[in-house]
Design a protein around this ligand. Structure first.
Ligand SMILES: NC(=O)C1=CN([C@@H]2O[C@H](COP(=O)(O)OP(=O)(O)OC[C@H]3O[C@@H](n4cnc5c(N)ncnc54)[C@H](OP(=O)(O)O)[C@@H]3O)[C@@H](O)[C@H]2O)C=CC1
Ligand SMILES: CC(=O)N[C@@H](CCC(=O)OP(=O)(O)O)C(=O)O
Length: 315
């Protein structure tokens, strides 16, 4: 039996993890009472009792919590951080299990794992195999467009949209400093900073990440089918990631994978115009947050969660 403490269990991501872990008989969840859940001494004491702590906190609180765990020295539990605080930090393993064919082994062996951002999950899944295959140069001038449901902004944005019927659609991050760009570059294998244009719609959850490409500008002038076969080869056998044929009606909407932990990848190409758009679809609270976290918890604790990657799924 493995013991887990979710620090921030009443937040959006924490609730999703708690719900998923509640269905796993091999895991016992430990909690603090409401009046003690922000008390550093109480959090550190509970950390000493468990195998794994999941941080579902704002970045500053996640750094504070990781420091509390480090104070326990040899008794420190393993950590999985859902925030942005440690995603490109030295010593932390990036928690995108499908990053490379054997990356799930790095997660399984790690003391500290950083769960990916929702947008980078889609962008890295599309880009990294193409960079590794030499079809997309690391310094290609990429643009990444994306739309998310408002739950991506946590409790504050959910309350704002629920209370006041927020804007139907809004571009944001137009200062071009979004917190997800560093991890997208590092784990996407990109040397040139992509232009990232996120947006949020007046719906709860569901995400599309899309990347336009001029095929003639890529090395070897590939077809859309060439790009698709690289993605298919990379994700063959992955339980959560599927390469799907382009929609025949030319449409994709963001909510189709809601309440699943799946990620769908598309290559939508027009060979006459030599243009393509890569698209990733996911539930930002599923594979974009809590679903990925439970996949990583399963790898770290050696549990069968039904969310395996290749060998783990077959074990
Ligand atoms: N929502 C999403 O789609 C995704 C979110 N994330 C990341 O996960 C993390 C959590 O996000 P999310 O769940 O959306 O955020 P929420 O705002 O929904 O929840 C955050 C939780 O942390 C608690 N908290 C804040 N400060 C402290 C503290 N000092 N000590 C203990 N608890 C504290 C809050 O308490 P209180 O209830 O009192 O406010 C709240 O319950 C963030 O870093 C976010 O960036 C990652 C991927 C996707
Ligand atoms: C709609 C919305 O506001 N989305 C959030 C990202 C959500 C998320 O992924 O947060 P992490 O960085 O912790 O992964 C944003 O753009 O800041």
């Amino acid at each position: 039996m493995a013991t887990v403490f979710i620090d921030g269990e009443s937040g959006t991501t924490g609730l999703g993890i708690r719900e998923r872990l509640g269905a796993l008989p091999q895991v016992t969840l430990k909690s603090l009472s409401d009046d003690r859940r922000k008390d550093p001494a109480a959090r550190r004491a509970l950390m000493a009792e468990v195998d794994l702590v999941v941080l579902c906190l704002p970045d500053d609180a996640a750094r504070e919590s990781a420091a509390l765990a480090a104070e326990l020295g040899r008794d420190a539990p393993r950590l999985l951080d859902a925030s942005t605080a440690h995603r490109v930090a030295p010593g932390w393993v990036y928690g995108f299990a499908e990053l490379t064919p054997d990356h799930h082994e790095n997660i399984a062996a790690a003391a500290t794992v950083a769960n990916p951002g929702c947008y980078p999950t889609g962008a890295i899944a599309l880009v990294r195999p193409l960079v590794d295959a030499g079809l997309l140069p690391a310094d290609y001038p990429l643009t990444i467009n994306a739309v998310s449901g408002y739950s991506g902004g946590g409790k504050a944005m959910i309350q704002a949209h629920d209370a006041a019927h927020g804007p139907a659609f809004e571009l944001y991050g137009l200062g071009l400093e979004h917190k997800h760009v560093p991890e997208t570059m590092l784990y996407g294998g990109l040397s040139r900073r992509p232009i990232f244009v996120p947006s949020v719609g007046h719906y709860l959850k569901g995400m599309l990440v899309s990347i336009p490409l001029h095929l003639e500008t890529l090395p070897g002038k590939p077809t859309g089918a060439d790009l698709r076969s690289v993605l298919q080869a990379r994700y063959a056998g992955c339980a959560q990631v599927t390469v799907v044929p382009a929609p025949t009606n030319g449409k994709l909407e963001p909510e189709a994978l809601n309440d699943t932990d799946r990620l769908e990848l598309y290559v939508c190409a027009n060979e006459a115009h030599r243009q393509a758009v890569l698209v990733a679809r996911l539930d930002n609270l599923g594979k974009g947050a809590s679903g990925a976290a439970v996949q990583n918890i399963g790898l770290m604790l050696g549990l069968r969660t039904g969310a395996g990657v290749r060998e783990l799924a077959d074990a």
